[in-house]
Design a protein around this ligand. Structure first.
Ligand SMILES: NC(=O)c1ccc[n+]([C@@H]2O[C@H](COP(=O)([O-])OP(=O)(O)OC[C@H]3O[C@@H](n4cnc5c(N)ncnc54)[C@H](OP(=O)(O)O)[C@@H]3O)[C@@H](O)[C@H]2O)c1
Length: 272
């Protein structure tokens, strides 16, 4: 009975990942969300699920105590062990996500966005891994998968000349480092700790509001500029569906082993 915890999966890529993982009746899938009642897409998935193998627990990744409580809830569901932890949560809300360093109205707003992004995209992963590590140590697969982004890869960002998404990209870069640190820490215990990109994914169908991945009309020129920069550097780049993205992610999760640890795995479109 392989067990999975998908952290921050009320919508978007996380939601589809839960749908695909729970399609196998032998899997147990625990999902954390910030607000159960408002997680309407996930609630619908749980209602329709024929396998009765999706369990939803409330927790905000910025809060270590909430993540510890979530891990305690997972212990009750799985009997104390966890095979695979997928950290998917990220701060993607609002037009702030798309801004460069020079686009903030005030220095206070810039600081606010950077600190909020750091709490979710960096400390959030640390809180998650620290909370779930005792369960993972008792599991058989010992896999920690962090959903990363090309926006946090310095060499790719330079090739694209991507000045936008400064807070998002800076904190997603730090997120990769968090995964690398845990990979080094846990190598002797045969853990696999890797960050992987889902690709450029159209998550508009399950969006909560407009934002980085679901831009409003005013943001479209900036988004188009970013896409043109990506295409100039990587002509194969294209937007994919959550279904296609998660097919690739599930395959990566299945096959990933210790040899994949410690590095960020870009999406196929970004590999020359
Ligand atoms: N879509 C893309 O093209 C793309 C490209 C590269 C990388 N990624 C990465 O893929 C992952 C998923 O992105 P997405 O496109 O699916 O974004 P999304 O649709 O905006 O979903 C983000 C998820 O993170 C959750 N979340 C946000 N803050 C949280 C917190 N403090 N605690 C717990 N959960 C929190 C959200 O839950 P709420 O409903 O509670 O807000 C939501 O379920 C992210 O790590 C993102 O960086 C996406």
């Amino acid at each position: 009975m392989p067990s999975f915890a998908v952290i921050g999966a009320s919508r978007g890529i996380g939601l589809e990942l839960v749908r695909q993982l729970s399609a196998s009746p032998t899997n147990t899938v625990v999902v954390t969300v910030r607000n159960k009642e408002k997680s309407t897409y996930l609630n619908d998935l749980v209602r329709r699920s024929e396998n009765n193998n999706v369990h939803v627990v409330e927790a905000d990744v910025v809060d270590q105590h909430a993540m510890d409580h979530a891990a305690a809830e997972v212990t009750k569901i799985t009997g104390g062990a966890l095979d695979v932890l997928v950290h998917n949560a990220a701060r993607t809300e609002g037009e702030n996500t798309i801004k460069g360093f020079l686009d903030y109205e005030t220095p206070e707003k810039l600081d606010e966005e950077f600190i909020a992004s750091f709490k979710v995209n960096v400390l959030g992963v640390v809180h998650t891994v620290n909370a779930f590590l005792p369960l993972l140590r008792k599991g058989t697969a010992k896999k920690i998968i962090v959903i990363g982004s090309e926006g946090g890869d310095c060499s790719l960002v330079w090739r694209i000349r991507l000045a936008n998404a400064a807070a998002y990209g800076t904190t997603k870069a730090a997120e990769n480092m968090v995964a690398t640190k845990y990979a080094a820490e846990l190598e002797s215990e045969d853990f696999t700790v890797a960050s992987v990109s889902p690709g450029i994914v159209d998550v508009s169908k399950t969006a909560a509001e407009s934002g980085f991945y679901v831009p409003s009309e005013e943001l479209m020129p900036t988004v188009n500029k970013i896409m043109n920069g990506i295409l100039a550097a990587f002509p194969k780049a294209t937007t994919i569906t959550p279904e296609e993205s998660c097919r690739r992610l599930v395959s990566f999760i299945d096959s990933a082993g210790p040899a994949d640890s410690g590095i960020f795995h870009p999406s196929a479109e970004y590999i020359d």
